[in-house]
Design a protein around this ligand. Structure first.
Ligand code: TMP
Ligand code: ASP
Length: 237
Protein backbone atom coordinates (compact mmCIF):
# COMPACT_ATOMS: atom_id res chain seq x y z
CA UNK A 1 0.00 0.00 0.00
CA UNK A 2 1.31 3.41 -0.94
CA UNK A 3 0.78 6.93 0.35
CA UNK A 4 -0.71 9.34 -2.17
CA UNK A 5 -1.42 12.98 -1.35
CA UNK A 6 -1.51 14.22 2.24
CA UNK A 7 -5.09 14.90 3.31
CA UNK A 8 -4.43 16.47 6.66
CA UNK A 9 -1.66 17.26 9.12
CA UNK A 10 -2.67 17.35 12.77
CA UNK A 11 -0.66 18.03 15.91
CA UNK A 12 0.57 14.45 16.29
CA UNK A 13 -0.24 12.69 13.02
CA UNK A 14 -0.36 13.06 9.26
CA UNK A 15 -3.07 11.41 7.20
CA UNK A 16 -2.59 10.33 3.57
CA UNK A 17 -4.90 9.04 0.88
CA UNK A 18 -4.12 5.74 -0.86
CA UNK A 19 -5.13 4.21 -4.18
CA UNK A 20 -8.20 2.81 -2.37
CA UNK A 21 -10.67 5.63 -1.65
CA UNK A 22 -11.86 3.85 1.52
CA UNK A 23 -8.35 3.40 2.97
CA UNK A 24 -6.10 6.05 4.54
CA UNK A 25 -2.60 5.85 5.96
CA UNK A 26 -1.91 7.49 9.31
CA UNK A 27 1.67 8.50 10.09
CA UNK A 28 2.56 9.19 13.73
CA UNK A 29 4.91 12.08 14.53
CA UNK A 30 7.06 12.72 17.61
CA UNK A 31 5.60 16.23 17.90
CA UNK A 32 3.73 16.99 21.10
CA UNK A 33 1.52 19.93 21.93
CA UNK A 34 -0.56 20.86 24.94
CA UNK A 35 -3.07 23.52 25.97
CA UNK A 36 -4.56 23.77 22.49
CA UNK A 37 -1.19 24.03 20.81
CA UNK A 38 0.22 26.78 23.04
CA UNK A 39 2.95 24.49 24.38
CA UNK A 40 5.00 22.78 21.70
CA UNK A 41 7.71 20.17 21.88
CA UNK A 42 8.80 16.78 20.80
CA UNK A 43 8.94 13.42 22.56
CA UNK A 44 11.61 11.27 20.91
CA UNK A 45 10.21 7.91 19.82
CA UNK A 46 6.61 8.82 20.71
CA UNK A 47 5.31 8.26 17.17
CA UNK A 48 6.68 4.72 17.06
CA UNK A 49 5.28 3.89 20.50
CA UNK A 50 1.85 5.44 19.92
CA UNK A 51 1.49 3.72 16.56
CA UNK A 52 2.26 0.28 18.00
CA UNK A 53 0.33 0.79 21.24
CA UNK A 54 -2.78 2.19 19.61
CA UNK A 55 -2.85 -0.72 17.17
CA UNK A 56 -2.42 -3.31 19.93
CA UNK A 57 -5.26 -1.78 21.95
CA UNK A 58 -7.56 -1.36 18.93
CA UNK A 59 -7.07 -5.04 18.08
CA UNK A 60 -8.10 -6.01 21.61
CA UNK A 61 -11.17 -3.76 21.44
CA UNK A 62 -12.13 -5.08 18.00
CA UNK A 63 -11.93 -8.68 19.27
CA UNK A 64 -14.18 -7.76 22.17
CA UNK A 65 -16.89 -6.22 19.98
CA UNK A 66 -15.92 -2.56 19.57
CA UNK A 67 -15.58 -1.79 15.84
CA UNK A 68 -12.50 0.31 15.00
CA UNK A 69 -10.89 1.94 11.98
CA UNK A 70 -7.80 -0.29 12.26
CA UNK A 71 -6.77 -2.30 9.19
CA UNK A 72 -3.06 -3.06 9.26
CA UNK A 73 0.22 -1.79 10.72
CA UNK A 74 2.50 -0.95 7.78
CA UNK A 75 5.72 -0.02 9.56
CA UNK A 76 7.06 1.61 12.75
CA UNK A 77 5.10 4.81 12.31
CA UNK A 78 2.41 4.07 9.73
CA UNK A 79 -0.91 2.25 9.82
CA UNK A 80 -3.63 1.65 7.24
CA UNK A 81 -7.06 2.63 8.56
CA UNK A 82 -10.58 2.75 7.21
CA UNK A 83 -11.56 6.17 5.91
CA UNK A 84 -14.06 7.82 8.25
CA UNK A 85 -15.70 11.16 8.71
CA UNK A 86 -14.84 12.10 12.28
CA UNK A 87 -17.75 12.94 14.59
CA UNK A 88 -16.90 16.44 15.88
CA UNK A 89 -16.90 15.18 19.47
CA UNK A 90 -14.14 14.45 21.96
CA UNK A 91 -15.51 11.70 24.17
CA UNK A 92 -13.87 11.65 27.58
CA UNK A 93 -14.35 8.94 30.19
CA UNK A 94 -13.12 9.50 33.73
CA UNK A 95 -12.68 7.03 36.59
CA UNK A 96 -10.70 9.32 38.90
CA UNK A 97 -10.64 13.12 39.19
CA UNK A 98 -7.75 14.76 37.34
CA UNK A 99 -6.90 17.44 34.80
CA UNK A 100 -9.67 19.73 33.61
CA UNK A 101 -12.27 18.00 35.82
CA UNK A 102 -10.29 18.78 38.99
CA UNK A 103 -9.66 22.33 37.79
CA UNK A 104 -13.22 23.08 36.64
CA UNK A 105 -14.92 21.80 39.76
CA UNK A 106 -12.23 22.87 42.24
CA UNK A 107 -11.47 19.40 43.59
CA UNK A 108 -8.20 17.58 44.18
CA UNK A 109 -6.87 14.98 41.74
CA UNK A 110 -7.20 11.33 42.75
CA UNK A 111 -10.83 11.09 43.90
CA UNK A 112 -12.05 7.66 42.79
CA UNK A 113 -15.55 7.88 41.31
CA UNK A 114 -18.22 5.33 42.20
CA UNK A 115 -19.20 5.20 38.50
CA UNK A 116 -17.28 6.40 35.46
CA UNK A 117 -18.35 9.72 33.95
CA UNK A 118 -18.71 10.32 30.22
CA UNK A 119 -18.37 13.86 28.91
CA UNK A 120 -18.36 15.37 25.46
CA UNK A 121 -16.59 18.36 24.11
CA UNK A 122 -17.03 20.05 20.76
CA UNK A 123 -13.99 19.27 18.60
CA UNK A 124 -13.23 22.83 17.59
CA UNK A 125 -9.78 24.26 18.31
CA UNK A 126 -10.85 27.84 17.57
CA UNK A 127 -13.39 27.61 20.39
CA UNK A 128 -11.05 25.67 22.71
CA UNK A 129 -13.09 22.42 22.55
CA UNK A 130 -15.96 23.61 24.78
CA UNK A 131 -17.83 21.14 27.01
CA UNK A 132 -21.21 19.94 25.72
CA UNK A 133 -24.15 18.20 27.36
CA UNK A 134 -26.33 15.73 25.44
CA UNK A 135 -28.90 18.40 24.58
CA UNK A 136 -26.17 20.65 23.18
CA UNK A 137 -24.90 17.82 20.96
CA UNK A 138 -28.41 17.33 19.57
CA UNK A 139 -29.16 21.07 19.25
CA UNK A 140 -25.94 21.54 17.27
CA UNK A 141 -26.83 18.43 15.19
CA UNK A 142 -23.36 16.99 15.75
CA UNK A 143 -24.99 13.53 15.62
CA UNK A 144 -28.45 12.12 16.32
CA UNK A 145 -29.83 10.66 19.57
CA UNK A 146 -29.25 7.06 18.58
CA UNK A 147 -25.67 7.79 17.52
CA UNK A 148 -25.03 9.58 20.80
CA UNK A 149 -26.20 6.50 22.69
CA UNK A 150 -23.98 4.27 20.54
CA UNK A 151 -20.99 6.49 21.23
CA UNK A 152 -21.67 6.56 24.99
CA UNK A 153 -22.14 2.77 25.16
CA UNK A 154 -18.92 2.17 23.20
CA UNK A 155 -17.02 4.65 25.40
CA UNK A 156 -18.08 2.82 28.58
CA UNK A 157 -17.29 -0.56 27.07
CA UNK A 158 -13.86 0.73 25.99
CA UNK A 159 -13.34 1.94 29.56
CA UNK A 160 -14.11 -1.52 30.99
CA UNK A 161 -11.84 -3.26 28.50
CA UNK A 162 -8.94 -0.81 28.80
CA UNK A 163 -9.19 -0.72 32.61
CA UNK A 164 -8.73 -4.50 32.57
CA UNK A 165 -5.80 -4.43 30.14
CA UNK A 166 -3.96 -1.64 31.93
CA UNK A 167 -4.76 -3.26 35.29
CA UNK A 168 -2.80 -6.33 34.18
CA UNK A 169 0.11 -3.96 33.48
CA UNK A 170 0.02 -2.57 37.03
CA UNK A 171 -1.44 0.66 35.67
CA UNK A 172 -4.58 2.53 36.73
CA UNK A 173 -6.61 4.04 33.89
CA UNK A 174 -7.56 7.45 35.31
CA UNK A 175 -9.27 8.92 32.24
CA UNK A 176 -9.03 8.97 28.45
CA UNK A 177 -10.32 10.66 25.31
CA UNK A 178 -11.57 8.82 22.24
CA UNK A 179 -12.93 9.90 18.89
CA UNK A 180 -15.37 8.08 16.63
CA UNK A 181 -16.01 8.27 12.91
CA UNK A 182 -18.64 7.34 10.35
CA UNK A 183 -17.74 4.82 7.66
CA UNK A 184 -19.17 5.40 4.16
CA UNK A 185 -22.21 3.26 5.12
CA UNK A 186 -22.74 5.51 8.18
CA UNK A 187 -21.81 2.92 10.81
CA UNK A 188 -19.83 4.31 13.72
CA UNK A 189 -16.34 3.01 14.53
CA UNK A 190 -13.61 3.98 16.98
CA UNK A 191 -11.01 6.15 15.22
CA UNK A 192 -7.99 8.35 16.08
CA UNK A 193 -5.60 6.77 18.62
CA UNK A 194 -5.32 5.34 22.11
CA UNK A 195 -1.95 6.14 23.68
CA UNK A 196 -0.30 7.94 26.60
CA UNK A 197 -1.17 11.14 24.65
CA UNK A 198 -4.86 10.42 25.08
CA UNK A 199 -5.04 8.50 28.38
CA UNK A 200 -4.01 9.29 31.95
CA UNK A 201 -2.09 6.29 33.21
CA UNK A 202 -0.88 6.10 36.81
CA UNK A 203 1.34 3.37 38.23
CA UNK A 204 -1.01 1.35 40.43
CA UNK A 205 1.58 0.98 43.25
CA UNK A 206 3.29 4.36 43.35
CA UNK A 207 0.80 6.65 41.58
CA UNK A 208 3.59 7.83 39.26
CA UNK A 209 2.19 9.54 36.16
CA UNK A 210 3.13 7.52 33.05
CA UNK A 211 1.46 9.65 30.35
CA UNK A 212 1.53 12.98 28.54
CA UNK A 213 0.96 14.90 31.79
CA UNK A 214 4.75 14.50 32.24
CA UNK A 215 5.13 16.72 29.14
CA UNK A 216 2.17 19.03 29.88
CA UNK A 217 3.41 19.70 33.42
CA UNK A 218 7.19 19.54 32.80
CA UNK A 219 7.62 16.57 35.14
CA UNK A 220 10.64 15.13 33.27
CA UNK A 221 11.29 11.52 32.21
CA UNK A 222 8.71 11.86 29.42
CA UNK A 223 10.34 9.41 26.97
CA UNK A 224 11.02 6.98 29.82
CA UNK A 225 7.34 6.98 30.82
CA UNK A 226 6.16 6.20 27.26
CA UNK A 227 8.78 3.44 26.96
CA UNK A 228 7.82 2.01 30.37
CA UNK A 229 4.12 1.82 29.50
CA UNK A 230 4.84 0.23 26.09
CA UNK A 231 7.15 -2.34 27.70
CA UNK A 232 4.53 -3.32 30.25
CA UNK A 233 1.85 -3.73 27.57
CA UNK A 234 4.18 -5.92 25.53
CA UNK A 235 4.92 -8.19 28.50
CA UNK A 236 1.25 -9.01 29.03
CA UNK A 237 0.49 -9.50 25.32
P1 TMP B 1 -8.61 16.82 30.54
O1 TMP B 1 -8.65 16.43 31.98
O2 TMP B 1 -7.54 17.80 30.20
O3 TMP B 1 -9.97 17.23 30.04
O4 TMP B 1 -8.24 15.49 29.73
C1 TMP B 1 -9.00 14.32 29.84
C2 TMP B 1 -8.35 13.20 29.04
O5 TMP B 1 -8.36 13.49 27.67
C3 TMP B 1 -6.88 12.96 29.39
O6 TMP B 1 -6.67 11.56 29.43
C4 TMP B 1 -6.10 13.56 28.26
C5 TMP B 1 -7.05 13.48 27.10
N1 TMP B 1 -6.95 14.63 26.20
C6 TMP B 1 -6.67 14.42 24.86
O7 TMP B 1 -6.47 13.29 24.44
N2 TMP B 1 -6.61 15.51 24.04
C7 TMP B 1 -6.83 16.77 24.47
O8 TMP B 1 -6.76 17.71 23.67
C8 TMP B 1 -7.14 16.97 25.86
C9 TMP B 1 -7.37 18.35 26.39
C10 TMP B 1 -7.19 15.88 26.66
N1 ASP C 1 -2.99 17.82 22.20
C1 ASP C 1 -3.75 18.89 22.74
C2 ASP C 1 -3.30 20.25 22.24
O1 ASP C 1 -2.27 20.62 21.89
C3 ASP C 1 -3.88 19.01 24.19
C4 ASP C 1 -3.43 17.99 25.17
O2 ASP C 1 -3.27 16.83 24.87
O3 ASP C 1 -3.27 18.39 26.32
O4 ASP C 1 -4.04 21.08 22.23
Amino acid sequence: MEKKNMLYEGKAKKVYETEDPEVLIVSYKDDATAFNGQKKGSITGKGVINNRMSNMLMKVLEQKGVPTHYIEELNDRETAVKRVKILPLEVIVRNISAGSFAKRYGVEEGIVFEHPTVEFSYKNDDLGDPLLNDDHVLALKLCDREELKTVRDYALKINDLLTEVWGRCGITLVDFKVEFGWLADHTIVLADEISPDTCRLWDSETGKKLDKDRFRRDLGDVEEAYTEVMGRLETIS
